[in-house]
Design a protein around this ligand. Structure first.
Ligand code: HAM
Length: 442
């Protein structure tokens, strides 16, 4: 049997790979206008980073991590040895923890420095049960702003995400923006206790997972997909009733800036997001047309304690507040295709150089290099095909112009150029070919 891609991991064939690149360009163009600059971090990190950063009780860490074994570790294991926890590696399930680790490691926000705004794009890995909109390798674009706790960062981030969705091709009616505040270390513990009490009063009806969540982190019960648990959690205490004065003020500032910018949103007190690092603002952009699972196109929020959690050294006092979000490429693409969008935009060749005789091959080879040097996408036949099949090939490649070189053309220092749409031929002096194409509009 031939080897296929691993379960839940897909190839992006040329049209789609070009679309993914375009998706990143649209995002980076917009984010760049807000001062975000690119960063690349490793695809694998120490497992400990995700356990500490994202939270041991989250589904992402407890059930969905791809733990990787380096050669060095494998040899240790095969030799009967143990690998210490801080040497274990995992494929990144998301980008935030790695970016914050890099900010801390390279001291990108020294005390008193302005915030650093970083953007990234790339594959993430979660060992989930694959289905439409849910993959084991998927792609995100994301931003992280480290070093500012002001509500303006949250508001401009959410506005930037909304702008991206519109620029990508969504209408405002295609998605809903849900928003909530998760409070801070001052007010969340009391709220957590309330949810614990509430959970205890429904203990017999909770699923086994939620019974476990009740012990480890009761707020994770809001993530449960079980119908009974979901119904129970609909009547759970609201976090917004438990916010301290400062968190309340921060939340109201964000909402008021969104109002001023005419961004529509819905406050949803059950939105806790599936990662433990959030405090204060959390938001999610969901498809309006799809209920429940896999309807989230993107989401994020504030994480003012994550850097300290990752740092865990004597500098932990000098914490770095953060805010960010990530958007899932596959879910956006699938939703846009359902809306009738085409993603067939791989860069097409513009010119094909066809040889009528074998003698013309060297000349043709040099000519395509000149065309490429002049930024004109061009190719030629590399398999000694007949002129007829070279034309067929040019048609299949979708080029708009074919240059034909034969004995006559070589002798007279002329080339024949056929317009494939108009079916017209023009004779052009060999020395003017580049100029001819540079002046054409297509
Ligand atoms: P997240 O909500 O876990 O947040 O993921 C963001 C988006 O990635 C989701 O809304 C969804 O579109 C997409 N996504 C997640 N899992 C899958 C999957 N298995 N298959 C396909 N798409 C998926 C984060 O990852 C946070 N790091 C966002 C963030 C950045 N928060 C602060 N900064």
């Amino acid at each position: 049997m031939s080897i296929t891609a691993p379960k839940g991991m897909r190839d992006m064939l040329p049209d789609e790979a070009a679309y993914w690149r375009n998706f990143q360009n649209i995002a980076f163009d917009i984010f760049g206008k807000y001062g975000y600059v690119p960063i690349e971090v490793p695809i694998a990190e120490r497992t400990e980073l995700f356990v500490r950063g994202i939270g041991e009780a989250t589904d992402v860490v407890s059930k969905e991590m791809f733990n990787a074994i380096s050669d060095e570790n494998l040899n240790t294991l095969l030799g009967g040895g143990n690998i210490s926890a801080n040497k274990r590696l995992s494929l990144r399930p998301e980008g935030t923890a790695g970016v914050v680790r890099a900010v801390v490691q390279h001291d990108l926000v020294p005390q008193g420095a302005p915030p650093v705004k970083l953007m990234y794009a790339g594959p993430m890995f979660r060992a989930e049960q694959p289905q439409e909109g849910r993959y084991r390798q998927f792609h995100q674009i994301g931003v992280e702003c480290l070093g500012a706790s002001a509500a303006t960062i949250d508001a401009e981030g959410i506005m930037m995400a909304a702008r991206f969705f519109k620029e990508l091709g969504f209408d405002e009616s295609d998605f809903v923006l849900l928003i909530n505040s998760m409070g801070c270390d001052n007010c969340r513990p009391a709220y957590r206790d309330k949810v614990y009490e509430y959970g205890m009063s429904h203990l017999d009806d909770l699923c086994d997972n939620c019974k476990q969540r009740l012990k480890s982190n009761p707020l994770r019960m809001f993530d449960c997909k079980n119908d009974t648990c979901r119904k129970i959690m609909q009547d759970a205490p609201c976090i917004t009733d438990s916010l301290c004065g400062e968190c309340n003020q921060h939340y109201n500032s964000v909402l008021s800036m969104l109002n001023n910018a005419s961004i529509s949103y819905t406050c949803d007190s059950s939105l806790v997001r599936g990662l433990d690092y959030y405090g204060r603002t959390v938001f999610e952009v969901q498809l309006a047309s799809k209920d429940g699972a896999q309807n989230a196109l993107g989401g994020g929020g504030r994480y003012d304690k994550l850097a300290a959690e990752i740092r865990q050294d004597d500098k932990a006092q000098a914490n770095i507040p953060g805010f960010g979000f990530a958007i899932g490429y596959e879910r956006c693409k699938e939703a846009l295709i359902k809306k009738g969008f085409s993603i067939q935009n791989a860069q097409k060749l513009r010119v094909f150089v066809a040889c009528a005789t074998t003698d013309a091959r060297n000349y043709a080879f040099n000519l395509v290099q000149q065309l490429r040097d002049a930024n004109i996408a061009a190719d030629l036949d590399h398999q000694d095909r007949s002129l007829k099949s070279q034309f067929k090939m040019a048609g299949r490649l979708g080029v708009s112009q074919v240059i034909i070189i034969g004995t006559d053309e070589l002798e007279k220092n002329l080339v024949k150029i056929r317009d494939m749409q108009l079916h017209e031929e023009t004779l052009v002096d060999a020395s003017s070919v580049i100029k001819y194409f540079s002046q054409l509009t297509c």
